[in-house]
Ligand binder design. Structure first.
Ligand SMILES: [Zn+2]
Length: 425
């Protein structure tokens, strides 16, 4: 027996750290969800005093039931996700898929692209039963689903085609750079990745979104005049005001902005316009404009750029370490490039670790929501914003009594009670 304090081999270290972190994250997720389920169930029988005059007991209970049902499905999803992740990594699934494709296609670019495509396909198939259940059983039961199976299938085919047309060349380009651009390939790949992201952001509203929904110019002249006046007051030029047929798929309502610079395209879901008064639509729009005024969108994009630079640099280093592969259950290829394997392992392993910084991200997001609310109140009316929010919370069956710890971890938007408290004051 030599020195018993001799450190473990790096591959074994990685296996242990990965397995422990995965277990810890699953335990934490289960604990948070069961807290949420318990808290919502305990408050199911009474509308919180602050909402007593505005929310009916029936609506409150529907929100509680919807939240609990979704959280229960979430538990199943987490367990499945953990098992699938273990299957891909430590249990050797990815390694087996890689070897099978090597046998079939030999070791080249085609095999690498095929590995990524097969991974996406298999993952999609594994997720499909739960996605179907979510849409056609849960959303259906609560009256939100407007989608037929035919439309669901058409969406799936279209989004797979769009994904393949856009995704495959990008993937091939990045794999090529990994092989051909030397040790700083990750810097080049990051640059290309960022450029493509900006391009997609630009072409999405005009070229991709219309493949899935119809966008008609806003016809309502009174609302049009009101919205245009609001945008002028806030220093924006509306490039176009559109109504989207969101009701084709879901009863959930929404509105969004797209575009760069001062010229913005505003998209209202038809479901939103049918539920809110003109003043309320104005207030919701002002909230979105608040995100632009406070530069939240730019901040988000810049922080994503910085994080992805960090990610690419880390991947650049890890991809050259043998223990990175063997520690995560994959036998690296000796005579063929390992770039696709490195990409996949990285995408599988990183979320296990990054889950623990989720509360920090959520905290920033909730702060931004408060700032956007304050802007909307200053530009329009606090009363309109609060009635609009209440309608949206009710229509989406969002619970008014979430568990405070769950909120800290997951909520990108502050709970209704906190937002409304700032509007009445
Ligand atoms: Zn917002």
């Amino acid at each position: 027996m030599a020195d018993s304090l001799f450190p473990l081999p790096p591959a074994l270290m990685l296996t242990l750290i990965f397995a422990f972190t995965l277990l810890a994250s699953l335990v934490l997720k289960f604990w948070l969800s069961s807290r949420q389920i318990r808290h919502v169930a305990q408050h199911r029988d009474q509308v919180p005093p602050a909402f007593a005059g505005t929310v009916s007991l029936a609506a409150h209970q529907k929100a509680a039931d919807y939240t609990i049902t979704k959280a229960r499905l979430g538990l199943l999803d987490m367990a499945l996700g953990g098992a699938v992740l273990l299957g891909w990594t430590l249990l050797g699934g990815l390694s087996a898929l890689n070897l099978a494709l090597l046998d079939w296609l030999g070791g080249g670019m085609v095999q690498q692209v095929a590995l990524l495509a097969a991974f996406v396909l298999i993952s999609g198939l594994i997720d499909m039963p739960l996605t179907l259940y979510q849409t056609f059983v849960i959303e259906e039961r609560f009256g939100f689903n407007k989608m037929t199976f035919k439309l669901w299938l058409a969406d799936l085919i279209k989004s797979s085609l769009v994904g393949a047309v856009i995704g495959l060349p990008i993937v091939a380009l990045i794999l090529w750079m990994m092989g051909a651009a030397g040790t700083v390939w990750w810097l080049w790949a990051w640059g290309v990745w960022m450029g493509l992201n900006l391009l997609l952001l630009t072409i999405y509203p005009t070229f991709i979104a219309p493949l899935f929904n119809k966008f008609a110019p806003l016809e309502d002249e009174t609302l049009k005049a009101r919205v245009t006046a609001l945008m002028q007051r806030c220093g924006f030029a509306a490039k176009g005001l559109f109504v989207m047929d969101g009701s084709k798929r879901s009863a959930h309502a929404n509105a969004y902005f797209t575009g760069f610079g001062a010229a913005k395209r505003v998209v209202f879901y038809d479901t939103l316009l049918s539920k809110l008064s003109a003043g309320e639509v104005d207030a919701v729009l002002a909230h979105e404009l608040g995100h632009f005024k406070h530069k939240h969108i730019i901040k988000r994009i810049v922080s994503q750029f910085a994080l992805s630079l960090l990610g690419f640099a880390l991947l650049g280093w890890l991809a050259t370490q043998v223990w990175f592969y063997t520690g995560l259950g994959v036998q690296p290829n000796l005579k063929a490039p390992n770039d696709a394997l490195a990409l996949l392992l990285f995408m599988l392993a990183i979320p296990v670790f990054s889950f623990f910084i989720a509360p920090v991200m959520a905290q920033f997001s909730r702060k931004h929501e408060f700032e956007a609310d304050a802007y909307a109140i200053a530009q329009t009316s606090g009363k309109d914003l609060s009635t609009a929010l209440l309608k949206l919370y009710e229509d989406n069956a969002s619970t008014l009594t979430p568990d405070p710890v769950y909120v800290k971890f997951y909520y990108s938007h502050p709970p209704a009670s906190e937002r409304l408290a700032k509007m009445v004051a």
